[in-house]
Ligand binder design. Sequence first.
Ligand code: ADP
Ligand code: MG
Length: 295
Amino acid sequence: NGNEDMSLPEELRRKYTLSRFLGKGACGEVRLAFTKGTCHKFAVKIVSKKVFTMGGRNQRALDPERIFGEVQIMKGLKHPCIIKIEDVIDTEDTLYIVLELVEGGELFDRVVSLGRFTEPVAKLLFYQMLVAVKYLHEQGITHRDLKPENVLLGSDDMETIIKVTDFGLSKFVGENSLMKTLCGTPSYLAPEVLRTAGMGGYTKAVDCWSLGVILFVCLGGYPPFTDERKDMKLEEQIIRGSYQLHEKYWRGISDDAKDLIKKLLTVDPKKRFTVTQALNHPWLKDQEMTAKANK
Ligand code: ADP
Ligand code: MG
């Protein structure tokens, strides 16, 4: 085949044919791939190890240890709601991570195109996110970058399986150990991360905050903390846990849902709901829904 990209490593070319572009994030691009012969489909995340320039400042984009860390974390995970890592091809300047393919797109795009989810659909999707993050936390892993771009959907159906992905920022942490790295995406960033600007430590409670933001976005169709608010800066909104439930959007939504959001968007990480507490909240004690998700 003459149109094969010879810049790709030999091992990759021998095993896979790369196809169209699937997505883009901070770490590089993701492309569709087929295994040679059997034509099984996968997603290949292509991560450059090179230093790149951004905003006029030289930044070390990705140190090899961080990449290696992401791979080790993902390889060890096995859960229906977590993206499975199939293969890794490591070259001097690029890392090719072969991932289980999901074809329903990002939760982000789904929310944007629908405006927001109905409560039963949000519940089914959010339940799976909780189960996935519970699994991560039990493995001693804090995701640290939970947001709708990193939650992928299995299909175009409303009642689809979800898969949490992108552990680029994850690190193993013990039950009480604190993480000191400042990372994450501002809109989903927990107050304790902002407040300490990386000087203090924080725990897996940061994921529960992000989950609260995600649930808010799924049900309300707009983010709880935003630059568009004129009376308070984004950082201040987060540090105070100040969000507005506009009557127009929240009128039809149950008090249970609002209560769960409140418990996740609790500023004090010690008082904030854990994933297990969230799973035991009345909003998620819907028998029919859990039966469906466990199917
Ligand atoms: P980054 O670390 O650069 O954010 P991600 O792992 O989040 O990279 O991938 C970036 C985007 O690529 C995702 O938001 C998604 O749209 C797409 N993508 C990633 N993994 C898959 C996959 N396994 N199947 C389908 N699309 C994927
Ligand atoms: Mg991502």
